[in-house]
Write a protein that binds this ligand. Structure first.
Ligand code: 3PG
Ligand code: MG
Length: 400
């Protein structure tokens, strides 16, 4: 478990608290399309405001190159204010006179949101002068952005060198659950890793096989492993040039006693389209002009049996092309089994990363696992066994 100060020991009344959150939420036509990240940071902001802090909310949004009005945080004021049940002021800059005036105007228990940190290049460069300009706005720094903790930016890392630092409630929950799942887990531990590509998850697979008892590989990346084993995969998506990499992962798994479970049957079709005719075949019988688009029922049953024998599950990535029904069926069936075992107290289930949350939400289990991380890239880097700069920084200058 990483070393950090939680909010319990902090007395923020009357103090200006810089709270780094991740409001990098999906938006369409100026409206937030998924409130998850906002709802998940709301408890920290409410707790600080209720304790009389002057709450200064910092976030990035998108990847602007300089100031870019299409990536303003202003449209987030309203949804954030609704989630908090109190007004939120807005400052059109995150440093300088506008920011200072907004912070100065705050009374105890009030909240201000500052404009997108990434409008200033100093944020991503973790530039000392920019860190200094931010630090001037606060007396205390609370990092509640686990999902941005893989970035060593001014607001995720630099500030910890300047101000007494605490982890927010979401950061704390993420760290506690993730540690429970991989640092000192109840065994057996199973990992499910899906998604399209092996190439983006080589480090993750290499780290996981050394830690877990069983690894289920699904999605497009399973095709690469099947191909490496000499199984015909027809015209399926795969990274055929990564056969050696797949074999190296298998060898490492064998050496550390991790069982690898690949699909034993598949749902196939000539193309990835809704409404195409599909067939279920044994994995050794995929015709040359067909694509593997989901795991078949025998594979689902095997994964469900494995989960029933496991005590801990770490899940990243869907098992099939879940955005296009019926190729979501495998992911949905396995997700429901995980939810059922979790409900019965037989499984600690933790999931996260990019598409995973969308896939589990589509299966209707997003509230029924033990923990669903809000993080994409940070969750993956944590699965890779890397130290996240934003997490490491929490111990530099612990608030008391
Ligand atoms: C995310 O959405 O993964 C985080 O907000 C980090 O965003 P970034 O990848 O642009 O740093
Ligand atoms: Mg990202």
């Amino acid at each position: 478990m990483p070393d950090f100060a939680a909010l319990d020991g902090v007395r923020p009344r009357g103090r200006r608290v810089l709270v780094r959150v991740d409001l990098n939420v999906p938006m369409k036509d100026g409206r937030v399309t998924d409130m998850t990240r906002i709802e998940r940071v709301a408890p920290t902001l409410r707790e600080l405001a209720d304790k009389g802090a002057r709450v200064v909310v910092l976030s990035h949004f998108g990847r602007p190159k300089g100031r870019d009005s299409t990536l303003s945080l202003k449209p987030l004021v309203e949804p954030l204010s609704e989630a908090l049940g109190r007004p939120v002021r807005f400052a059109p800059d995150c440093i300088g006179p506008d920011a200072e005036a907004a912070v100065h105007a705050l009374k105890d228990g009030e909240v201000a949101l500052l404009e997108n940190l990434r409008f200033h290049p100093g944020e991503e460069k973790n530039e000392p002068r920019f860190v200094e300009a931010l630090a001037r706005l606060g007396d205390l720094y609370v990092n509640d952005a686990f999902s941005a903790a893989h970035r060593a930016h001014a607001s995720t890392e630099g500030l910890a060198h300047k101000l007494p630092t605490a982890a927010g409630r979401l950061m704390q929950a993420e760290l506690e659950h993730l540690s429970r799942a991989l640092e000192h887990p109840q065994r057996p531990v199973t990992a499910i890793v899906g998604g399209a590509k092996v190439s983006t998850k080589i480090d993750l697979l290499t780290n996981l096989v050394a830690k877990v008892d069983a690894l289920v590989i699904g999605g497009g990346m399973a095709n690469t492993f099947l191909h490496a084993r000499g199984t015909g995969i027809g015209s399926s998506l795969a990274e055929r040039d990564l056969a050696d990499t797949a074999r190296a992962v298998e060898a490492r798994a064998a050496a550390s006693g991790c069982r690898i479970l690949l699909p034993e049957d598949a749902v196939i079709a000539p193309d990835l389209k809704a409404g195409v005719p599909t067939r279920t075949v044994p994995i050794t019988s995929v015709p040359h002009d067909q694509k593997i688009l989901d795991v078949g029922p025998a594979t689902v049953a095997a994964i469900q049996r494995l989960l029933a024998e496991s005590r801990t599950l770490v899940w990243n990535g869907p098992l099939g092309a879940f955005e296009t029904p019926p190729f979501d069926a495998g992911t949905v069936a396995v997700a429901r089994k995980a939810a059922e075992l979790t409900r019965d107290g037989r499984l600690l289930s933790v999931a996260g990363g990019g598409d995973t949350v969308a896939a589990l939400a589509a299966a209707g289990v997003e509230d029924r696992l033990s923990y669903l991380s809000t993080a994409g890239g940070a969750f993956l880097e944590w699965l890779e066994g890397k130290e996240l700069p934003g997490v490491a920084a929490l111990s530099i200058n612990k608030a008391r």
